[in-house]
Design a binder for this molecule. Structure first.
Ligand code: COI
Length: 385
């Protein structure tokens, strides 16, 4: 947690030293029952076949406010719609905002399955630590998500490859122009049915390793799911797209030598019999799909290393034809890489085809999500279950 955190966190740390079982001061833990106001004008469901990513939203949203001294309060579900913010609201210029992203699936028997909801709730708080945002009890985050999905359950699509994307967000809401952590916040959750994240779906994408732009540096906010990291990725991503690539392969922010992330996903590769992914060094997001993949690979007895990987070693493996490479993230699940560009050269990976391990990982995770494969780690949980 950065030293510069405000008195919320100083008081939380003081409180934690007295009450090690919790991070949340008693006077700020007060949350009453969720009030539900249903829409009078339910929306029309889109056909599952037409779903893209993140364009359609359900009938309702969850909201809860925070004020210093009062804590998180007024949890409610209301009809989905715009909320108004004072133009001086501090999140607008200074970006004190965090979010997460997770999915609910329509299982084969019609039941609704949430994937690793508790892990996402905990990660939201981890992101909050980096931005001095007061913790929300993960049980309340989970309850907010479960209740909203319950209310909007007709929006969970059924077609294979579709799901309900769930977007919890916290924004700083105090109105001021000086730079300091806000004393008030809004936590909200929206949901909407989605199809594939990349138009390529599970077909291999082409990526450009950037020796010019970086998304994050150690000591910065790279490990947090926060607005600024995504803003930092936009210019480089546009340049990559102009050059004919789908996404950027980000290199480390200091030497521009070691792999960091790809697009908005974690990056993984297999060279020979070793699967490698960059370590969680403070600049890289602790992806939940990253963790699912590493867990499965270890279950399967593969050699897995979380270690720095130099771009030169990746290029050497691409030239030698021993490289398989993929991205991992909640939105796309697994995204195979078929082509890599670097310093004006283009390298074809695995013959431009989806590798066998990449496909097996995708099939296994998707199987767990929809309930067609065993779930030995208990990652999926039924709505209402
Ligand atoms: C994810 O893969 O879940 C992401 O973070 C993508 C999201 C920013 C749309």
């Amino acid at each position: 947690m950065p030293d510069a955190c405000n008195r919320h966190w100083r008081s939380l740390l003081w409180y934690r030293s007295l009450r090690p079982e919790t991070f949340i001061p008693e006077n700020e833990r007060h949350v009453t029952q969720i009030t539900i106001t249903r829409t009078a004008t339910p929306g029309q469901l889109p056909a599952d076949e037409t779903l893209a990513f993140g364009k359609v939203f359900s009938d309702h949203m969850f909201l809860m406010n925070y004020e210093e001294g009062k804590g998180w309060h007024n949890p409610r579900i209301e009809p989905y719609g715009p909320f108004s913010l004072d133009p001086a609201t501090c999140v607008l210029p200074y970006g004190q905002a965090i979010f997460d992203g997770l999915k609910a699936f329509r299982g084969v028997a019609g039941q609704i399955r949430l994937f690793r909801v508790g892990d996402h709730a905990r990660r939201l708080n981890k992101s909050g630590h980096y931005l001095c945002i007061p913790e929300i009890d993960p049980a309340i985050v989970e309850e907010s998500i479960r209740t909203l999905v319950q209310v909007d359950q007709r929006w969970v699509p059924s077609l294979p490859g579709t799901s309900l994307y769930i977007r919890p967000t916290v924004i700083a809401t105090e109105t001021f122009l000086g730079v300091h952590p806000s004393h008030s916040y809004l936590y909200y959750v929206i949901v909407g049915p989605v199809g594939a994240y990349y138009k390529e779906g599970m077909n291999p994408v082409s990526i450009l390793a950037s020796d010019q732009y970086v998304r994050a540096v150690k000591g910065g906010l790279g490990a947090a799911k926060t607005a600024g990291n995504y803003a930092a990725s936009l210019f480089g991503a546009e340049e990559a797209q102009k050059a004919g690539y789908t996404q950027v392969l980000w290199l480390d922010g200091v030497e521009h030598k070691y792999l960091d992330e790809v697009g908005t996903m974690n990056i993984m590769l297999k060279i020979g019999d070793e699967v490698i992914t960059p370590p969680l060094n403070g600049a890289i997001l602790a992806g939940i799909t990253r963790d699912s993949v590493l867990t499965l690979l270890r279950d399967w007895g593969l050699r897995v290393s979380e270690r720095p990987i130099a771009i030169d070693d990746v290029l050497a493996a691409a030239r030698a034809g021993t490289l398989e490479m993929w991205g991992t993230g909640t939105a796309a699940v697994i995204s195979p890489v078929g082509e890599l560009g670097y310093k004006g050269e283009r390298y074809i990976i695995n013959g431009g085809r989806t590798g066998a391990l990449t496909q097996k990982l995708y099939d296994t995770i998707v199987g767990i999500q929809y309930g067609t494969a065993p779930d030995p780690h208990g990652w999926a949980s039924l709505l209402g279950g």
